[in-house]
Design a protein around this ligand. Sequence first.
Ligand SMILES: [Zn+2]
Length: 317
Amino acid sequence: MPIDLAYSCHYCHSTQGTNFLATERMLGIGGEFTYVTCDACGSLQLLTVPQDLSPYYPSDYYSLGRLQPSGGLRNFLKKIRMRAFLATENSFFSPRFGGYWLKRLHPKFTDRIADVGCGNGQLLYELHVSGFKDLHGFDPYLPKTEQLAPGLKLWKQDLAETDLKFDLVMLHHSFEHLADPEGVLRICHERLNPGGRLLVRCPVANAAVWKQKQALWVQLDAPRHLSIPSTHGFVGAAKRSGFEVKEILFDSTAFQFWGTALYERGEKLDRSKMDTHFSSKQLEAWEQQAIQYNLEGKGDQACFFCVKAGGKVEDQA
Ligand SMILES: [Zn+2]
């Protein structure tokens, strides 16, 4: 079906796409939303973003729940664990938030680090108690700007509004919520020091589950996910924004299977329903299948490790 509204792919700027309808399923609100698959790069995007998305972000939305602090002894142990984790190859020392992406970034404890779309700041808090000293979270949906501790500040603003420069900028599953992802890549480039690193973790349209199950794919997440790049599309947009993509690591999980299977059965995204619907054997099989999909480059999410390249940023097309 041809698209009938002005469309330009966020990632490759192609105006040729194929539209499809998706419905809100996570909360069971329903409604129909038109998405477009780019004919050139395979990235997905919501054709018309609703003026008010707030009904789709209820007050208990997971990323804005309360930060859970930990006590002095546990924080002391987290510090030791992080030093061992970064210094050795032993995954025994992996932090609970899963540090595979952190280790690949070779961070220094003194690096100035930004987390864009930081939600309640839990990840930055974990990095703070693990020994990192210059941490900044950005999220316009925070209730207020707050210095949580020396070296840990949450800003109620977008990254574009700060004058600070960073050694590392990270987006953990916030990129797919952005209306102008390429514009944000350019802002990240501006806010990074020379040679600075960018980590983007997001769903990707390479997903085999997307290809098989289409609009039932759990990480399509209409209408909250405004765009989902293909790896090809992301690399092109990152390059135009002055980045070199050094590595793409697929890190999908069993969630792609059980979340999608719940939607197939007409359920909302309710973890408590998992045990009713799926045996532990099935869940284990899905864990293994996710590992296999990641190896084959067809898992439903990935980490993009980018470096600020020395060259000039291309003019906006
Ligand atoms: Zn495209």
